[in-house]
Design a protein around this ligand. Structure first.
Ligand code: GLP
Length: 240
């Protein structure tokens, strides 16, 4: 009996914490931080397990989302049509500001793999743009992109934009759809050096082939620090 009473009390505490967090975050923008576990433990004088249970319920409901190493935040609404987002938009959704450092930007001749992916003849001119990408001041990924130069004459001469997709939008070439391939791997020596990792630490590789209508505009390989990046994928029929 005592055990049952204890259980009810614990369950009630969990509900109290959960509803407190829910009302606190009512109407908050996606990306707003939820109170930390430590704050809630001291505020409600409950066990950490109780707080975790309360937050878990809100994560399962889709109100909150956890970002490994960063904390818990108000989640983006569910049931949205999947959108083709740029790095800048992707980070903005997480409440972070993106910035980049260009490591390389030049015209090259397309090698066989890039030519095939971009659907151009081998040796055709392509723009090769390599950037180290940060979010909220923290290094997030290394991006190696190739663009079909024939579609983007003078791209390099017009000054490098902070967002590629914004620049493509300006030329009416923003990708309308894309194919992504995602792979778990470990960082090479060069990648580790740039990403601030040790060689052999885990990374997430994301290869994208982006098209505007039926024209392949860009292919890219992004290497993300897997301790900082969670990939969100929406599947199934979009309902809103
Ligand atoms: C994503 C894609 C990349 C693309 C980038 C553009 O990260 N995977 O292929 O190059 O977005 O981002 P931005 O417009 O911020 O430069």
């Amino acid at each position: 009996m005592e055990q049952a009473v204890e259980m009810v009390q614990r369950e009630l505490k969990h509900v109290v914490v959960r509803e407190h967090v829910r009302s606190l975050l009512d109407g908050a923008e996606p990306g707003t931080p939820a109170p930390s576990e430590r704050e809630l433990v001291s505020q409600f004088k409950v066990a950490r397990m109780t707080v975790r249970q309360a937050l878990d319920a809100l994560v399962a409901e889709g109100l909150l989302e956890r970002m490994p190493g960063r904390g818990t935040f108000v989640a983006r609404p569910r049931r949205r049509p999947a959108q083709l987002t740029s790095f800048t938009e992707d980070m903005r959704r997480r409440g972070l500001t993106a910035d980049s450092r260009t490591l390389l930007a030049r015209i090259e001749k397309a090698g066989p793999g890039v030519a095939r992916a971009l659907e151009v003849e081998p040796n055709s001119p392509v723009v090769h743009w390599k950037r180290l990408r940060r979010a909220g001041g923290a290094t997030m990924c290394l991006e190696d992109a190739y663009l079909n130069e024939a579609l983007l004459p003078g791209f390099l001469a017009s000054g490098l934009p902070s967002s590629l997709y914004d620049a493509l939008q300006g030329r009416r070439l923003r990708p309308t759809w894309a194919e992504d391939a995602i792979q778990a791997d470990v960082a090479s020596v060069e990648e580790a050096d740039l990403l601030g990792l040790e060689p052999g630490q885990p990374v997430l590789r994301l290869a994208r082939r982006a098209l505007c209508g039926d024209r392949v505009v860009q292919v890219s390989r992004s290497t993300y620090r897997s301790d900082r990046f969670t990939l969100h994928v929406q599947l199934g029929e979009a309902t809103a």
